[in-house]
Design a protein. Structure first.
Length: 81
């Protein structure tokens, strides 16, 4: 196979650029890959936000359990008297 540049055909938009073999152009592949990478990055940001939300909720629950435990210990001491 020789190193020859295949001619491109234009069929309407940037996503319609194909080489003569009907394959996507480098530009089209670049934009497609960029969109995938942006979506993956946004997914990671969303997962991180969800993790922080769950961590905050767990922290609040732990604090509430700590207060309840303290109150129960106090009541237990009064019952022992």
């Amino acid at each position: 196979m020789e190193n020859e540049i295949a001619p491109f055909t234009y069929s309407g938009g940037a996503t319609g650029i194909m080489n003569s073999h009907g394959e996507p152009s480098c530009d089209q592949l670049y934009h497609s890959n960029r969109n995938v990478m942006q979506q993956r990055c946004q997914d990671m940001v969303n997962r991180e936000a969800l993790c922080y939300t769950r961590l905050h909720e767990a922290s609040l629950e732990a604090e509430a359990l700590h207060l309840e435990n303290t109150e129960l210990r106090s009541l237990n001491l009064h019952l022992k008297k």
